[in-house]
Ligand binder design. Sequence first.
Ligand code: CP
Length: 306
Amino acid sequence: MRHLMSPLDFSVEELDRLLDLAHDIEKNPDKYAHLCDGKRIATLFYEPSTRTRLSFEAAMMNLGGKVLGFSSADSSSAAKGESVSDTIRMVSCYADICAMRHPKEGAPLVASMVSSIPVINAGDGGHQHPTQTLTDLLTIRSLKGRLDNLTIGLCGDLKFGRTVHSLIEALVRYENVSFVLISPEELRVPDYIREDVLEANHKNYKEVIRLEEALPHLDLLYMTRVQRERFFNEEDYIRMKDFYILDKAKMALAPDDMLVLHPLPRVNEISTEVDSDPRAAYFKQVQYGVYVRMALILTLLEVNVC
Ligand code: CP
């Protein structure tokens, strides 16, 4: 039985197969409509979510399966003090697979150690968000046609943004991928990403503060929101929250084929005037999230898709 805690749990070859499967699901949805008849996914969300929870639920329903779960810690027995380990033991009796989001880093890993069903990390604190990364990889591969030979700008809260950490870990495995890390000094990527991931893999990267400086050189711009829920005080959040706002004027500095991605939710960091720009791919990204989660469920449940 396999779990998914980090994008590195899959080899590059396994990831390729997963993305191929997601692509086939996109093209031939009817072929997959009953492959999970009689199966159930539990979505255990101890932290707010719109896309991740609903896309897991939509994915299982698209495969013919059913869903159960909770969408906040307060509405579960966690509010009475039940541990994650005990909760997953119960849920293993009710469901075939589980997606868990938790504010504490490592909570889904703890669950996976005692679980008798596959556990998917649906976001743990400021640490990892592997299924957002699968979504991002499928979006990039589908719209750019490749995952190598790319210059990628990551902009915003690179300190607390777990989607950024997972995406960098996944992309360093591809040839000739360079990174431009665009953040204020206070929100730079954590040292372990810089040293253990980028430098250990001999990746070309630079850190800049001004988005305008990076834009002309990018194949892809990955915008992120400042993660209010991870700040220790509101004053710092207010000072940082509008540090970057991507608008039409800034988009004019970018190449004609540069894609703009964002894991969403967006707050102010992308002006709505950018939404109609053909380079804005963040709403398409949401749709790719359903296909890739369908592929992931089939893979972890070892469903024969031939
Ligand atoms: N991208 C993402 O994780 O969105 P949600 O927080 O709405 O799930």
